[in-house]
Design a protein around this ligand. Structure first.
Ligand code: BTN
Length: 324
């Protein structure tokens, strides 16, 4: 709280020295306590000048610190509670723990580094510094069978944010990979906790390779992965990107809860790089090849096989054959 008030004052008086007496006044804390808060801020990466005139903010770290994300956040409920970690095993696991403890819908968990990031189908998600590794707790009043649709809703939210804010030509590979060209820049992992008739909570995990340096990925991933920084040749402001994404996500999530999944699916279709492609879908048991001819109203991929028959694919890993 004190830290938030100090930062607010420093931002208001940008480019000026703020006398310590003013900070004492605004926070009700002692000079010594204020000095301690400045030590923490410097540890977090803020660069602050200190002279006899007071304190002056020189540089804000490009980190997903809750204060920085919340500062210009325009949402009604998503991201109002943010749990921040410099390093964590998996934000999805922390979110699940918080959800079990009763955390509210819209609670966000974010980390700079994940040591055991989880991908789909039991894979590891490599999560070095520079990424957006984030999970959102949702408590929608829907049938459990509808919960996987939230993966597609999230994919549309990420893709539209990257298009609108960064003017990137992104597409979606079914069910949930965000691509730039043929390279993956974001993955989504949705985990559902439900009883037979009710969803207790859903954790939507989003991993965006924002400012990640590609050589930090293992060599076998490097040719198929990219980052926003790599594409744009410039460092992206993480707090800004997360604010814009959360706003877009909240809007689409509200639409989803209002029964507008068909409309969101139409946006998904427009963004799809899978439909019209020859694909190979690998499921646990087998691999199916065919042309992806559409996605049905439930988000299920329809393949036309070589013999002309149609096959519905509920889940699996999809490879675009033309691209490989
Ligand atoms: C995929 O395999 O494409 C899904 C990757 C999902 C990664 C994100 S990063 C934040 C959240 N925490 C995790 O452990 N995984 C998801």
């Amino acid at each position: 709280m004190t830290k938030r008030k100090i930062l607010k004052t420093l931002y208001e008086k940008k480019d000026e020295y703020v006398p310590v007496e003013l900070l004492v006044n605004k926070t009700g804390k002692s000079q010594k306590e204020i000095e301690n808060e400045f030590d923490t801020l410097e540890d977090e990466g803020y660069i602050i000048n200190h002279s006899k005139l007071g304190y002056r903010l020189i540089k804000t770290p490009n980190l997903l610190l809750p204060y920085e994300v919340k500062k210009d956040l325009k949402t009604d409920f998503i991201g109002h509670d943010i749990h921040y970690f410099k390093e964590v095993d998996s934000t999805n696991d922390v979110a699940r723990y918080l959800a079990e403890e009763g955390a509210e819908e819209g609670t966000v968990v974010v980390a700079e580094i994940q040591n055991r990031g989880k991908g789909r189908r039991g894979k590891t998600w490599i999560s070095p510094p520079g990424g957006v590794w984030m999970s959102i707790i949702l408590r929608p009043d829907i049938a459990p069978s509808k919960a996987p649709q939230l993966t597609l809703v999230t994919g549309v939210a990420v893709a539209e944010t990257l298009k609108e804010e960064l003017k990137l030509d992104v597409g979606i590979k079914w069910p949930n990979d965000i691509l730039i060209g043929n390279k993956k820049v974001c993955g989504i992992l949705t985990e559902v906790n439900a009883s037979i008739n009710n969803v207790n909570y859903v954790i939507v995990g989003i991993g965006i390779d924002m400012n990640v340096e590609i050589p930090l990925f293992p060599p076998n991933l490097q040719k198929d992965a990219t980052s926003l920084k790599n594409e744009l040749d410039t460092e992206i402001n993480g707090a800004m990107l997360v604010q814009k994404f959360l706003l877009k996500f909240e809007d689409l999530y509200n639409q989803f809860k209002d029964g507008k999944f068909p409309e969101i699916l139409n946006e998904w279709r427009l963004l799809s790089k899978t439909i019209g492609n020859n694909v190979e879908v690998r499921t646990r048991g087998k691999t199916v090849r065919g042309e992806a001819v559409g996605i049905n109203k439930d988000g299920i991929l329809i393949l036309e096989l070589e013999d002309g028959s149609l096959r519905k694919m509920i889940s699996g890993e999809c490879l675009h054959i033309n691209d490989t």
